[in-house]
Design a binder for this molecule. Structure first.
Ligand SMILES: *Cc1c(COP(=O)(O)O)cnc(C)c1O
Length: 214
């Protein structure tokens, strides 16, 4: 990460590592925390709830990065410091209400399907300005930027195009300091994502090894 940041004239501290611990044991998370890691990503509300309770003694910031069903919002909301996968106004309203009930506000990213791939989660690039506008009006949410998950089967150039497109969209929607964050890049492509402006990379298997099956 530091090498990729320097290569593109950025500071290593500009990019936050989200250690994606979904389907990994609690013991692995404890080890990572002992090594200094603080930000962890989970994809399933039930699993997040169990792990957050089991690890409540540790200074962890939980990022929700999976598809969040509206009926799971109440389960996830007490634990998250950020939900990176908000992709609809209805989900956003539900999250905002859950945060308000707790007298707090949740940081969120808008997940965008920049390539408009069929059956991918994320709102379309065309809808994004409208959804972002609605999100920024909700009292229980703080919209901090954008997130994307390019399809896994793309070649390097096409993946890079997704990252460039997400950054361009973030900047069109206001850019920093209003929208500081771009969450993009995983085990296979985080260096490229950092070169294209990622402020958060979500890395699982490169840290923890293979996941158990869901
Ligand atoms: C699982 C997951 C990751 C991590 O993927 P790796 O290839 O294991 O690094 C990153 N982002 C999201 C949204 C994920 O679901």
């Amino acid at each position: 990460m530091a090498r990729a940041a320097k290569k593109s004239g950025r500071q290593p501290g500009d990019v936050t590592l989200i250690a994606v611990s979904k389907l990994q044991p609690v013991s692995a998370i404890r080890e990572a925390v002992a090594a200094g890691q603080r930000d962890f990503g989970e994809s399933y509300a039930q699993e997040l709830d169990e792990k957050a309770r089991a690890l409540a003694d540790l200074p962890i910031r939980w990022h929700f990065i999976g598809h969040l069903q509206r009926n799971k919002v109440k389960l996830a909301a007490p634990h998250v410091s950020m939900v990176q996968s908000v992709d609809s106004v209805r989900l956003a309203q539900e999250l905002s209400a859950a945060a308000q009930q707790r007298n707090t506000a949740i940081d969120v990213l808008l997940q965008v399907n920049v390539g408009d791939e069929a059956q991918k989660s994320g709102c379309s690039a065309q809808e994004a300005p409208f959804v972002a506008e609605e999100l920024s009006r909700l009292p229980g949410l703080h919209l901090k930027g954008l997130m994307c998950i390019p399809p896994f089967d793309l070649d390097e150039d096409d993946t890079r195009r997704h990252f460039i497109a997400l950054r361009a969209l973030r900047d069109r929607l206001g850019g920093p300091p209003l929208l500081p964050h771009l969450s993009m890049g995983m085990s296979g492509d985080f260096e490229m994502a950092i070169e294209e402006g990622a402020t958060m990379v979500r890395v699982g298997t490169s840290i923890f090894g293979e996941r158990r099956r869901p």
